[in-house]
Design a protein around this ligand. Structure first.
Ligand code: SAM
Length: 237
């Protein structure tokens, strides 16, 4: 079975609707992900079922939870091989997605895959989140920020909330420890003007636990945040 066959098999029970255009794009993505992964280390998940479930389905579930609108601007922080940002762009041609990562060679692969997939509503940005978050071109410009497998929540909030407009939201894709991470992020939320709006918990086929934490941005970020990397690492909020 191909990755798309596995995705079709599982998507209905999660209320995910596929269409021919999205299937074609994801088919190309799965093939190129495997190809690129032989040249650079993009992902540890390389079997078709794993790609379908742990990458594509997991990322498509964000769209269901977020309900993106036409014209929304989304930034995926630490996108790596394009998760969840490139999947979001493929599934929602009417939104604009910025795929940000500090590793240039991964972004080269992501740009190549996006072009081959015919995704033209995504652009890659090679920068650290802490740097980009202080730049007027990025700061408080986005309706949504997303991130998966980048840092613990209290640190991630400092990376992501600076990008989000007041009234927008950060969607954090987490595993089984989501509730503990929320408990540890109380101060970070307070300082950065974030409020937990909800947590959507589910299990992927095969049983892996997942949670999407929705953090609403309720006030502007004080100018000193995000701080430089060394300070964030030394004194996380
Ligand atoms: N989000 C992808 C996924 O779920 O498959 C990639 C996860 S990978 C474990 C973490 C990625 O975050 C890496 O590509 C790394 O370069 C990037 N990253 C880590 N810290 C970052 C930062 N401060 N700014 C930008 N990118 C960062």
């Amino acid at each position: 079975m191909s990755a798309i066959d596995y995705l079709k098999k599982h998507s209905q029970e999660y209320g995910i609707e596929l269409n021919a255009d999205l299937e074609k794009k994801l088919e190309i993505y799965a093939a190129l992900l495997k190809e690129w992964n032989e040249k650079i280390n993009l992902t540890a998940i390389t079997d078709d079922e794993g790609i379908a479930v742990k990458h594509f389905l997991d990322c498509l579930l964000v769209c269901k939870y977020a309900d993106f609108k036409a014209g929304d601007k989304i930034i995926d922080v630490g996108t790596g091989a394009g998760f969840p940002g490139l999947v979001i762009a493929a599934a929602n041609p009417e939104v604009q997605v910025t795929l940000l990562d500090s590793t240039g060679k991964k972004l080269k692969a992501v740009a190549d895959m996006a072009q081959a997939m015919g995704v033209n509503n995504a652009q890659v940005v090679h920068m650290r989140a802490e740097e980009a978050g202080q730049k007027p071109d990025f700061r408080e410009c986005y309706d949504y920020a997303t991130a998966r497998a980048v840092a613990e929540l209290r640190v991630l909030l400092e990376y992501t909330l600076p990008f989000v407009k007041k009234g927008g939201a950060f969607l954090s894709l987490k595993g089984a420890a989501a509730v503990e991470e929320i408990d540890g992020a109380t101060n970070s939320l307070k300082v950065l003007g974030g409020k937990i709006q909800g947590v959507d918990e589910f299990s992927l086929p095969g049983g892996d636990k997942r949670a999407i934490i929705k953090v609403k941005k309720i006030s502007q970020i004080p100018p000193k945040y995000p701080r430089v990397s060394a300070q964030i690492a030394k004194k996380p909020l």
